[in-house]
Design a protein around this ligand. Structure first.
Ligand SMILES: [Zn+2]
Length: 296
């Protein structure tokens, strides 16, 4: 019996040690879009877990005991940064192994601070949804690749070649989006959304984000905010409004608005993936088609 316990302890130690060359690197990300980026670069050499599951709203996420366990076991932790997933930092400090690298994927990117602000913004540092511009996503992929190579230099060729192939796909995606979206007439280049997520997409592809109902989805829009948006939409010829699949209450508010102004409600993906739209590339293609259908 004692020998059996000793053997178990030994096996446990092997699993706790830093990733051996034959073993997948355990990567923990805060939300599913980062999980997709890590999988694209890491392939079968990584085992990725997203703390926030697909379809959930990252803005209202509260870490669970399961999240703490995953962070404690992670070889690499990947966060977005920019105020988007600050809850992770306490978790990392409390439970991660002291030498576990933490990647802030948006590091070094230029922050857009939207002019429009209700004064109750949780995003004091600006819009944290950097990834909705494809060139920014390419920068995320570079950060992730560098971290994986740093952790397992013997797999550098594998990670770098996968990163190259994926980045080329993103460059193509960006060119396609730029070409397709350039067909939308100037007077229709307005995106009206529920929460403030689309600054980077708007800047990159030539749109204006007119108004959004809440700065952060953990807040509810006031009757005044709703009235102001009704006024705005009534002055527009194209009354398309964009909801997001992970924000059910936002969709209800927007549906009421659209009914009042006889507009149309469309769905744009921002913060999450789901079973139908399971990768970043699919998400951006879907958003492009939606913008064309809504605004052309
Ligand atoms: Zn968001």
């Amino acid at each position: 019996m004692r020998r059996a316990i000793f053997a178990l302890i030994l096996v446990g130690c092997v699993f706790l040690a830093s990733p051996a060359s034959g073993q997948a690197i355990r990567v923990v990300t805060t939300f599913p879009i980062l999980e997709d980026f890590v999988e694209q670069v890491g392939g079968e050499q990584v085992q990725v877990s997203s703390l926030i599951p697909r379809g959930a709203d990252p803005h209202t996420w509260e870490p669970t005991p399961k999240d703490a366990r995953l962070v404690a076991q992670g070889d690499l932790i990947v966060a977005n940064g920019g105020g988007f997933d600050d809850w992770l930092f306490a978790l990392v400090q409390n439970v991660a192994r002291p030498d576990t690298p933490l990647v802030i994927a948006s590091q070094g990117l230029e922050v857009i601070v939207p002019e429009y602000d209700h004064g109750h913004s949780h995003h004091h540092a600006g819009d944290p949804h950097f990834w909705l511009s494809v060139p920014n996503a390419i920068s995320y992929v570079e950060q992730i690749t560098e971290a994986l190579v740093g952790l397992a230099p013997e797999k550098a060729v594998y990670f770098e070649s996968r990163a190259r192939v994926y980045s080329e796909e993103l460059v193509e995606l960006h060119a396609w989006m730029t070409q397709e979206l350039s067909g939308i007439p100037r007077e229709n280049r307005v995106i009206v959304t529920y929460h403030n997520a689309f600054s980077y997409l708007a800047e990159e592809y030539g749109f204006e984000v007119a108004e959004f109902l809440v700065a952060n989805p953990d807040a509810e829009p006031s009757p005044r905010d709703l009235a102001r948006l009704v006024d705005l939409l009534q002055g527009m010829r194209n009354r398309s409004v964009f909801a997001e699949p992970q924000l059910a209450s936002g969709t209800r508010y927007l549906q009421a608005l659209v009914d009042e102004v006889h507009g149309d409600l469309f769905i744009l993906y921002s913060d999450s993936l789901n079973e139908e739209i399971s990768t970043y590339v699919e998400m951006m293609k879907c958003n492009t088609r939606t913008l064309l259908e809504a605004l052309k």
